[in-house]
Design a protein around this ligand. Structure first.
Ligand SMILES: [Zn+2]
Ligand SMILES: [Zn+2]
Length: 191
């Protein structure tokens, strides 16, 4: 298996899974793994860590979806982010006021990493996906877990393919079921 990853900030290709720090530019995984230092990143992390703070997942006024990492997802967040930067589907998401498109990277892993709620759902449902927003931006880079409903509503009709064998997959699924099975169904074996 030969893997090449591409830095979301400088666009340089790196042989192997993405490292903690890009060898070519200042980009690193810290902000996306919940260690961002801007006030924007702090607020976003607070919003997506309800479960870590021992709270139910909150839906703010006018909000349709919200999600939170759980402790298991949080403990592995560096690896989840590394997996997502290496393999995830890259697309764009309109900013909240629709003024511009933010780059995003989306990937599922075969493990629960958080939970989410939506205005039309009673209670919470598990999340196994993550979205990295504006990964190239020092100020706005952050991540949050995603529920399927949100991905399907936000990126309708998009599809993907297995990075190992090229089989068609659902959007955000960079490794197919057979390729996972060949590696003990453990996503850690890919990073
Ligand atoms: Zn770079
Ligand atoms: Zn495959």
């Amino acid at each position: 298996m030969s893997i090449t990853s591409v830095c979301p900030k400088c666009g340089n290709a790196i042989s192997g899974p993405f490292p903690q720090q890009c060898p070519y530019c200042p980009f690193n995984l810290s902000a996306l793994a919940g260690r961002g230092t801007t006030s924007f990143q702090y607020l976003k992390w607070k919003k997506h860590s309800d479960l870590l703070q021992g709270q139910n997942i909150q839906l703010a006024k006018g909000e349709t979806y919200n999600t939170s990492f759980n402790f298991k997802g949080y403990a592995q967040l560096d690896d989840i982010v590394r997996f997502t930067v290496t393999f995830g589907d890259r697309t764009t998401l309109p900013s909240s006021r629709g003024a511009h498109q933010n780059p995003v990277i989306i990937s599922y892993i075969p493990e629960q990493l958080g939970a989410g709620t939506a205005i039309y759902l009673p209670g919470t449902i598990p999340c196994s996906g993550i979205c990295l927003i504006s990964p190239q931006s020092d100020i706005y880079a952050h991540s949050f877990p995603v529920i399927d409903d949100w991905v399907q509503a936000t990126f309708p009709g998009e599809t993907s393919y297995c990075r190992i064998c090229n089989a068609p997959t659902a959007f955000g699924q960079p490794i197919c079921a057979e390729c996972y099975a060949e590696r003990d169904s453990d996503w850690h074996n890919f990073v």
